[in-house]
Design a protein around this ligand. Sequence first.
Ligand SMILES: NC(=O)c1ccc[n+]([C@@H]2O[C@H](COP(=O)([O-])OP(=O)(O)OC[C@H]3O[C@@H](n4cnc5c(N)ncnc54)[C@H](OP(=O)(O)O)[C@@H]3O)[C@@H](O)[C@H]2O)c1
Ligand SMILES: C[C@@H]1O[C@H](OP(=O)(O)OP(=O)(O)OC[C@H]2O[C@@H](n3cnc4c(=O)[nH]c(N)nc43)[C@H](O)[C@@H]2O)[C@@H](O)[C@H](O)[C@@H]1O
Length: 310
Amino acid sequence: MNIGSKIYVAGHRGMVGSAIIRRLKIDGYNNIINKTSAELDLRRQSEVEEFFEYEKPEYVFLAAAKVGGIVANNIYPAEFIYDNLMIETNIIHSAYKFEVKKLLFLGSSCIYPRRAEQPIKEEYLLGGYLEKTNEAYAIAKISGLKMCEYYNKQYGTDFISVMPTNLYGPNDNYDLQTSHVLPALIRKFYEAKFNKSKYVEIWGSGTPKREFLHVDDLTDACLFLMQNYSGSETVNIGVGNDISINELALLISDVVGFTGKIAYDRTKPDGTPRKLLDVSKLNNLGWKASIDLRTGIKMTYKDYISNLYV
Ligand SMILES: NC(=O)c1ccc[n+]([C@@H]2O[C@H](COP(=O)([O-])OP(=O)(O)OC[C@H]3O[C@@H](n4cnc5c(N)ncnc54)[C@H](OP(=O)(O)O)[C@@H]3O)[C@@H](O)[C@H]2O)c1
Ligand SMILES: C[C@@H]1O[C@H](OP(=O)(O)OP(=O)(O)OC[C@H]2O[C@@H](n3cnc4c(=O)[nH]c(N)nc43)[C@H](O)[C@@H]2O)[C@@H](O)[C@H](O)[C@@H]1O
């Protein structure tokens, strides 16, 4: 990939896609193409093929997907499997058909078995049952990474798959019904402080553990892998440590400056008890995360506040 290469970032308005674009521009790439879902619905095969035939991108970052937190995944499994299977199938097949030089597919740590040994190595894939709350999404993501593997095997393509852990950062989704835990808690603690509420309600028991990676670190890893890695084996992207949801809530309340109490809505699901990625493969390739969680949350909170008043 050089600065004049034609690069298609699918999902460029999302948290990950927008971070990839930001970074590509900083690095001087000047031939980036993209389309919103209103301009090109990636679930439509013929439209996607027409787009690839016309644009002939050389490199593709596949960051378009139907994405959401635990409750959205649990309530809308049909949408999560249909949208994601269609988007992946159309883009991966078009990338093969119109001779894309290299494609990077973004999966997710929820592809691994619910009870996987911790930390989770790449080879634990398909070694056990999936977590029910995001099974539909996970099956679609497993299909996507397997498509990359099979196309590489049969057609000799250069499609790589990365499995990021839970992400956060600027341009995240702050809708309290559909968001992930970190943006939801930033908003809940901010609003509770603003409204002088006595407590903030978090979902579930607070005991599940999660690993959080800032999206700028993710982007750095994706560009590093696009430049330095080829192969059908997936690569985990994470920070290598995790914290409980309770600890996360305390950290965010501290950053925001909320002094009230935390309450628990136990009618909401806990999901996977733990999903800490083993990132030794990525570390051995020469990449490590650099943004620590407190610093990342401070940066994200600042961004959240600045967007409230625009
Ligand atoms: N967020 C996380 O914690 C996390 C963790 C692990 C992996 N990932 C992976 O990272 C990738 C990006 O996630 P994200 O958090 O950036 O998601 P996001 O903020 O929800 O963005 C998703 C993007 O996909 C696009 N999209 C959705 N449906 C589409 C369709 N039918 N046609 C065209 N575009 C469509 C949307 O485009 P428009 O804005 O134009 O509608 C949106 O910009 C996904 O593959 C996800 O699985 C995310
Ligand atoms: C990365 C994504 O992870 C998702 O799983 P997953 O980490 O459980 O998704 P999250 O929605 O981030 O929830 C993580 C944990 O935080 C708890 N939690 C506490 N308060 C809240 C809140 O206000 N909002 C949210 N959303 N959670 C909250 C939630 O019950 C769960 O135990 C998958 O469903 C996706 O498919 C994807 O893989």
